[in-house]
Design a protein around this ligand. Structure first.
Ligand code: GLN
Length: 244
Protein backbone atom coordinates (compact mmCIF):
# COMPACT_ATOMS: atom_id res chain seq x y z
CA UNK A 1 0.00 0.00 0.00
CA UNK A 2 1.09 3.58 -0.56
CA UNK A 3 -0.05 6.81 1.11
CA UNK A 4 0.52 10.20 -0.52
CA UNK A 5 0.39 13.18 1.85
CA UNK A 6 -0.15 16.68 0.49
CA UNK A 7 1.58 19.15 2.85
CA UNK A 8 0.00 22.53 2.13
CA UNK A 9 2.07 25.71 2.54
CA UNK A 10 4.83 24.09 4.65
CA UNK A 11 6.98 27.22 4.38
CA UNK A 12 4.24 29.61 5.60
CA UNK A 13 2.00 27.55 7.88
CA UNK A 14 4.08 25.78 10.51
CA UNK A 15 3.82 26.80 14.19
CA UNK A 16 4.65 25.10 17.50
CA UNK A 17 6.05 21.97 15.85
CA UNK A 18 3.17 21.36 13.41
CA UNK A 19 5.61 19.83 10.92
CA UNK A 20 5.95 17.04 13.52
CA UNK A 21 2.56 15.77 12.36
CA UNK A 22 4.01 14.97 8.94
CA UNK A 23 7.01 13.19 10.49
CA UNK A 24 4.63 11.18 12.69
CA UNK A 25 2.39 10.12 9.77
CA UNK A 26 5.43 9.13 7.71
CA UNK A 27 7.03 7.05 10.49
CA UNK A 28 3.81 5.27 11.41
CA UNK A 29 3.41 4.23 7.79
CA UNK A 30 7.06 3.20 7.36
CA UNK A 31 6.99 1.14 10.59
CA UNK A 32 4.18 -0.86 8.97
CA UNK A 33 5.87 -1.27 5.60
CA UNK A 34 3.43 1.17 3.98
CA UNK A 35 5.02 3.29 1.26
CA UNK A 36 4.58 6.98 1.96
CA UNK A 37 5.27 10.05 -0.14
CA UNK A 38 5.05 13.65 1.06
CA UNK A 39 4.28 16.27 -1.58
CA UNK A 40 5.15 19.77 -0.38
CA UNK A 41 2.55 22.06 -1.95
CA UNK A 42 3.79 25.62 -1.52
CA UNK A 43 2.10 28.66 -3.05
CA UNK A 44 4.08 28.51 -6.29
CA UNK A 45 3.60 24.76 -6.75
CA UNK A 46 1.30 23.54 -9.54
CA UNK A 47 1.06 20.06 -8.05
CA UNK A 48 -2.46 18.65 -8.33
CA UNK A 49 -4.00 17.71 -4.98
CA UNK A 50 -6.06 14.87 -6.41
CA UNK A 51 -2.92 12.71 -6.32
CA UNK A 52 -2.92 13.10 -2.53
CA UNK A 53 -4.70 10.76 -0.13
CA UNK A 54 -4.33 12.99 2.93
CA UNK A 55 -3.97 16.77 3.14
CA UNK A 56 -2.27 18.57 6.02
CA UNK A 57 -1.82 22.25 6.82
CA UNK A 58 -0.28 23.72 9.98
CA UNK A 59 -0.98 26.92 11.88
CA UNK A 60 0.22 30.42 11.11
CA UNK A 61 0.22 34.00 12.35
CA UNK A 62 -2.29 36.46 10.90
CA UNK A 63 0.32 37.74 8.42
CA UNK A 64 0.90 34.30 6.91
CA UNK A 65 -2.82 33.53 6.91
CA UNK A 66 -3.45 36.67 4.84
CA UNK A 67 -0.98 35.53 2.18
CA UNK A 68 -2.47 32.02 2.07
CA UNK A 69 -6.08 33.27 1.97
CA UNK A 70 -5.22 35.49 -1.02
CA UNK A 71 -3.57 32.58 -2.80
CA UNK A 72 -6.50 30.23 -2.20
CA UNK A 73 -8.64 32.54 -4.34
CA UNK A 74 -6.47 31.72 -7.37
CA UNK A 75 -7.74 28.15 -7.70
CA UNK A 76 -6.01 26.18 -4.94
CA UNK A 77 -8.99 26.85 -2.69
CA UNK A 78 -11.43 25.27 -5.12
CA UNK A 79 -9.19 22.20 -5.39
CA UNK A 80 -9.12 21.77 -1.60
CA UNK A 81 -12.92 22.17 -1.41
CA UNK A 82 -13.41 19.51 -4.12
CA UNK A 83 -10.96 17.16 -2.39
CA UNK A 84 -12.89 17.42 0.90
CA UNK A 85 -16.33 17.23 -0.72
CA UNK A 86 -15.27 13.96 -2.37
CA UNK A 87 -14.45 12.52 1.07
CA UNK A 88 -10.72 13.23 1.03
CA UNK A 89 -9.00 13.13 4.42
CA UNK A 90 -7.62 16.39 5.77
CA UNK A 91 -6.09 17.68 9.02
CA UNK A 92 -6.01 21.44 9.53
CA UNK A 93 -4.35 23.00 12.59
CA UNK A 94 -5.30 26.35 14.15
CA UNK A 95 -4.69 29.09 11.54
CA UNK A 96 -5.30 26.53 8.77
CA UNK A 97 -8.48 25.38 10.55
CA UNK A 98 -9.68 29.00 10.68
CA UNK A 99 -9.08 29.41 6.91
CA UNK A 100 -11.14 26.28 6.21
CA UNK A 101 -14.11 28.15 7.70
CA UNK A 102 -16.28 30.90 6.22
CA UNK A 103 -14.00 33.74 7.38
CA UNK A 104 -11.43 34.80 9.96
CA UNK A 105 -11.92 38.34 11.34
CA UNK A 106 -8.51 39.47 12.65
CA UNK A 107 -8.24 42.04 15.46
CA UNK A 108 -7.26 44.61 12.84
CA UNK A 109 -7.80 44.79 9.09
CA UNK A 110 -10.30 43.22 6.72
CA UNK A 111 -11.79 39.74 7.08
CA UNK A 112 -9.80 36.87 5.62
CA UNK A 113 -12.17 34.94 3.37
CA UNK A 114 -12.08 31.22 4.11
CA UNK A 115 -12.93 28.20 1.97
CA UNK A 116 -16.21 27.50 3.75
CA UNK A 117 -15.37 23.80 4.04
CA UNK A 118 -16.29 24.05 7.72
CA UNK A 119 -19.49 25.90 8.72
CA UNK A 120 -17.54 28.01 11.24
CA UNK A 121 -16.76 31.68 11.82
CA UNK A 122 -13.68 32.96 13.66
CA UNK A 123 -13.32 36.34 15.38
CA UNK A 124 -10.24 37.84 17.01
CA UNK A 125 -11.58 40.23 19.66
CA UNK A 126 -8.23 41.97 20.12
CA UNK A 127 -7.69 43.36 23.63
CA UNK A 128 -11.33 42.71 24.55
CA UNK A 129 -10.63 38.99 25.08
CA UNK A 130 -7.28 37.38 25.99
CA UNK A 131 -5.45 34.90 23.72
CA UNK A 132 -6.28 31.22 24.34
CA UNK A 133 -2.93 29.79 25.46
CA UNK A 134 -1.88 26.63 27.28
CA UNK A 135 -2.12 22.84 27.48
CA UNK A 136 -5.33 21.31 26.18
CA UNK A 137 -7.09 18.01 26.82
CA UNK A 138 -10.04 17.07 24.62
CA UNK A 139 -12.53 14.21 24.85
CA UNK A 140 -12.57 12.64 21.35
CA UNK A 141 -14.88 9.65 20.94
CA UNK A 142 -14.43 8.81 24.66
CA UNK A 143 -10.63 8.96 24.45
CA UNK A 144 -8.36 11.89 25.25
CA UNK A 145 -6.39 14.06 22.85
CA UNK A 146 -3.64 16.19 24.36
CA UNK A 147 -1.94 19.22 22.88
CA UNK A 148 -1.03 22.89 23.18
CA UNK A 149 -2.99 25.92 21.99
CA UNK A 150 -2.09 29.54 21.29
CA UNK A 151 -4.70 31.50 19.32
CA UNK A 152 -6.31 34.91 19.43
CA UNK A 153 -9.14 33.90 17.15
CA UNK A 154 -12.24 32.33 18.68
CA UNK A 155 -14.29 29.97 16.54
CA UNK A 156 -18.07 29.44 16.56
CA UNK A 157 -19.64 26.38 14.97
CA UNK A 158 -22.67 26.56 12.67
CA UNK A 159 -25.30 23.86 12.03
CA UNK A 160 -23.50 21.95 9.26
CA UNK A 161 -20.47 20.90 11.28
CA UNK A 162 -19.75 18.80 14.35
CA UNK A 163 -17.10 19.57 16.97
CA UNK A 164 -14.03 17.28 16.97
CA UNK A 165 -14.52 16.87 20.70
CA UNK A 166 -15.28 18.52 24.00
CA UNK A 167 -12.82 20.44 26.17
CA UNK A 168 -11.65 18.68 29.37
CA UNK A 169 -8.87 21.23 30.04
CA UNK A 170 -8.06 24.43 28.14
CA UNK A 171 -9.98 26.87 25.88
CA UNK A 172 -10.76 24.99 22.67
CA UNK A 173 -12.78 26.78 19.98
CA UNK A 174 -13.83 29.85 21.96
CA UNK A 175 -13.38 29.28 25.70
CA UNK A 176 -17.18 29.56 26.05
CA UNK A 177 -19.13 26.58 24.67
CA UNK A 178 -16.74 23.73 25.60
CA UNK A 179 -16.28 22.56 22.02
CA UNK A 180 -12.96 21.93 20.32
CA UNK A 181 -12.26 21.71 16.63
CA UNK A 182 -14.61 20.70 13.86
CA UNK A 183 -15.38 17.70 11.65
CA UNK A 184 -17.00 17.76 8.19
CA UNK A 185 -16.95 14.56 6.14
CA UNK A 186 -13.29 13.37 6.51
CA UNK A 187 -11.90 16.83 7.22
CA UNK A 188 -10.69 17.56 10.76
CA UNK A 189 -9.93 21.00 12.16
CA UNK A 190 -8.37 21.58 15.59
CA UNK A 191 -6.57 24.18 17.70
CA UNK A 192 -4.19 21.51 19.03
CA UNK A 193 -0.51 22.11 18.30
CA UNK A 194 2.27 20.20 20.04
CA UNK A 195 2.68 18.60 17.49
CA UNK A 196 -0.72 16.91 17.87
CA UNK A 197 -0.16 13.44 16.36
CA UNK A 198 3.06 12.15 18.05
CA UNK A 199 1.38 12.29 21.50
CA UNK A 200 -1.95 10.99 20.10
CA UNK A 201 -1.08 7.83 18.13
CA UNK A 202 -4.73 6.69 18.14
CA UNK A 203 -5.76 9.80 16.19
CA UNK A 204 -2.78 9.51 13.82
CA UNK A 205 -3.77 5.93 12.98
CA UNK A 206 -7.41 6.92 12.60
CA UNK A 207 -6.41 9.39 9.86
CA UNK A 208 -4.00 6.97 8.13
CA UNK A 209 -6.59 4.16 8.12
CA UNK A 210 -9.33 6.48 6.85
CA UNK A 211 -7.12 7.64 3.95
CA UNK A 212 -6.04 4.09 3.04
CA UNK A 213 -9.64 2.86 3.20
CA UNK A 214 -10.59 5.63 0.79
CA UNK A 215 -7.93 4.31 -1.60
CA UNK A 216 -7.99 0.52 -1.09
CA UNK A 217 -11.44 -0.17 0.30
CA UNK A 218 -13.06 -0.86 3.67
CA UNK A 219 -10.97 -3.96 4.36
CA UNK A 220 -7.84 -1.99 5.28
CA UNK A 221 -6.68 -2.71 8.86
CA UNK A 222 -3.49 -1.23 10.28
CA UNK A 223 -1.04 -3.45 12.17
CA UNK A 224 -0.67 -2.57 15.83
CA UNK A 225 2.53 -0.71 16.74
CA UNK A 226 4.34 -0.59 20.10
CA UNK A 227 3.27 2.89 21.31
CA UNK A 228 4.78 2.75 24.78
CA UNK A 229 6.72 6.01 24.33
CA UNK A 230 3.78 7.79 22.69
CA UNK A 231 1.45 6.91 25.59
CA UNK A 232 4.09 7.89 28.15
CA UNK A 233 4.20 11.33 26.53
CA UNK A 234 0.40 11.48 26.38
CA UNK A 235 -0.05 10.44 30.01
CA UNK A 236 2.64 12.83 31.18
CA UNK A 237 0.41 15.70 29.99
CA UNK A 238 -2.61 14.20 31.76
CA UNK A 239 -0.61 13.79 35.00
CA UNK A 240 0.72 17.36 34.72
CA UNK A 241 -2.91 18.55 34.56
CA UNK A 242 -4.00 16.32 37.44
CA UNK A 243 -6.12 14.13 35.16
CA UNK A 244 -4.23 10.91 35.83
N1 GLN B 1 -3.32 33.72 13.80
C1 GLN B 1 -4.35 32.90 14.32
C2 GLN B 1 -4.80 33.32 15.72
O1 GLN B 1 -4.17 33.97 16.38
C3 GLN B 1 -3.89 31.44 14.34
C4 GLN B 1 -2.72 31.23 15.25
C5 GLN B 1 -2.15 29.80 15.15
O2 GLN B 1 -2.16 29.15 14.10
N2 GLN B 1 -1.59 29.30 16.24
O3 GLN B 1 -5.80 32.91 16.13
Amino acid sequence: MKLTIGHLCPDLMNLYGDRGNIICLVRRCQWRGIDVDVQEVSLSSNLELRTSNLLFMGGGQDRQQKIVAEDFKKGRGEEIREFIEKGGVGLFICGAYQLMGKFYRPAEGPDLEGLGVFDIETYHFGKEKPRCIGNVVVDWQGKTLVGFENHGGRTYLGERVKPLGTVVRGHGNNSEDGTEGAVYKNAFGTYLHGALLPKNPHFADYLIELALKNKYGPGVKLDTLDDTLEWQAHNAVLRKLGLK
